[in-house]
Design a protein around this ligand. Structure first.
Ligand code: ATP
Length: 339
């Protein structure tokens, strides 16, 4: 799945055949990945798939079992974390509760030995950047979750990293706030032009924010691509199922390909009900009202199939037989195990 970048794109971070094993556990296994300068890149995958370990390898908190980490063209594999041009925003924000917001943001500059006036000015600038000007005197406990998240961002940005690593940055926020912060984070990244690499298990978050996504499964990258590409053209059943919801069916059932045993994906929203001359027919075994749409569950020759009906469509009755069709390019034959 390694996709070299186009020549015009200089990699900010390059993972070269990198592995990290913990005893028998192959947390990251022979991963190759180039992330371009200025990219907003998502490491997406279920719990335990190795994405945090990858992020920690880039940060330098973790040493690879084999392979190398190259940052802006230099081998950083043995470079300690504090000497890499990267900074990390942790999921729990790791703010100091006894320090006020300004001192929290200024902390890294103090460690670097910057003068007090310069620290103050840079920290105030960083706070304005995340729309928290005027909050410097408060304690972390006096802020909302979303505001604390932005302080954590400001604290990383004040150090002017070339690459910002974010570990589930929005994981602690409720849904509404998370959606709002997704938009803000994306806008901030555009404005600053810094490379952002973030870890998430939330496919909606990865698709909505990232320029490109790497989909992890058990220490391996299954697919790398732009969100639209990964969604429309999943290369494996795992990706089809993890990114959005998809029907994975044997290709011979849906495409009548003689001798073909590859799995095929067909998104529920791309299937339409039609008159008797459809491509498949099935029995309605369930339906769920979702607000903006209705999801039908069908039985098609012993395979279950989901169909998303637009709100305006009439919903067929349970146990009735429906006929289905789809556009030619909606069906996508994948590599991977037989189904
Ligand atoms: P999550 O979303 O739950 O954080 P993840 O995709 O980030 O998951 P990792 O944290 O990278 O996954 O973990 C990958 C695998 O490596 C898991 O099986 C995990 O238990 C194991 N692992 C990670 N760190 C260590 C460690 N320090 N010691 C032993 N095993 C570890």
């Amino acid at each position: 799945v390694f996709q070299p970048l186009a020549h015009s794109m200089k990699p900010a971070v390059s993972l070269q055949n990198i592995s990290r094993h913990f005893g028998q556990v192959q947390a990251v296994d022979a991963v190759n990945l180039d992330i371009a300068e200025g990219e907003f890149f998502a490491l997406l995958g279920p719990s335990g798939s190795g994405k945090t370990t990858c992020l920690r390898l880039i940060a330098g908190f973790e040493q690879p079992t084999s392979g190398s980490v190259v940052i802006f063209g230099e081998d950083a594999t043995r470079v300690p974390p504090y000497r890499r041009p990267v900074n990390t925003v942790f999921q729990d924000y790791a703010l100091f509760p006894h320090l006020n917001i300004l001192d929290n943001v200024a902390y890294g500059l103090m460690v670097r030995g910057e003068k007090k006036a310069a620290r103050r000015q840079a920290s105030e600038e960083a706070l304005s950047l995340v729309a928290l000007a005027g909050f410097g005197g408060r304690k972390p406990s006096e802020l909302s979750g979303g505001q604390r998240q932005r302080v954590a961002l400001a604290r990383a940005l004040v150090l002017k990293p070339k690459v910002l690593l974010l570990d589930e940055p929005l994981g602690a926020l409720d849904l509404k706030l998370r959606e709002q912060m997704q938009t803000e984070l994306k806008a901030l990244q555009r404005r600053l032009g810094i490379t952002f690499i973030f870890v998430t298990h939330d496919q909606g978050e990865a698709l909505s924010m990232a320029d490109r996504v790497a989909v992890f499964d058990r220490g391996h990258i299954q697919q790398i691509g732009a969100p639209q590409n990964v969604y429309d053209r999943p290369e494996t059943p795992f990706v089809a199922d993890f990114v959005g919801s998809s029907n994975v069916l044997p290709a011979h059932l849906v495409a009548q390909l003689i001798g073909e045993t590859a799995p095929a994906s067909l998104r529920p929203e791309q299937i339409h009900l039609t008159s008797a001359d459809g491509k498949l027919s099935g029995k309605v075994i369930g339906s769920a009202f979702l607000g903006a749409a209705t999801r039908l569950e069908l039985d098609v020759e012993g395979n279950s199939l989901s169909v998303l009906l637009p709100k305006a469509a009439s919903v067929p009755e349970l146990d009735s037989t429906v006929h289905l069709t789809w556009d030619k390019d909606a069906l996508h034959v994948m590599r991977g195990p037989d189904v």
